[in-house]
Ligand binder design. Structure first.
Ligand SMILES: [Zn+2]
Ligand SMILES: [Zn+2]
Length: 98
């Protein structure tokens, strides 16, 4: 008679333990993902970004279109290191946009 009543607390404990386990696993996965993203950013900052020039068909380090100087690359554009202005990224060999 007392069985259903006494089984309930155990089930409840089981359920919350499972919830806890799932929470911990999800938390760990998110942590791993964040570490991977931080690592990728670190790598991207460390080495110059290479672009494939469609005209010479080579992997090149982009330069600015105004001074053909090295650029600090942002998303889809860059900052010319010679005049510190916004510039386009071009191929150092053929001076065409990459
Ligand atoms: Zn080129
Ligand atoms: Zn410039």
């Amino acid at each position: 008679m007392g069985l259903p009543g006494s089984a309930l607390p155990y089930q409840a404990t089981d359920g919350s333990l499972q919830c806890l386990a799932v929470g911990v696993i999800v938390g760990l996965l998110v942590l791993v993902l964040l570490i991977l993203m931080a690592y990728q950013r670190y790598l991207a900052k460390k080495r110059p970004v290479q672009h494939l020039c469609r005209y010479c068909g080579r992997l090149v380090t982009a330069v600015s279109d105004c001074h053909h100087a090295p650029v600090k690359e942002e998303f889809l554009h860059g900052v010319c290191q010679a005049c510190k202005k916004d510039c386009k990224l071009v191929c150092p060999t053929c001076h065409r946009p990459v």
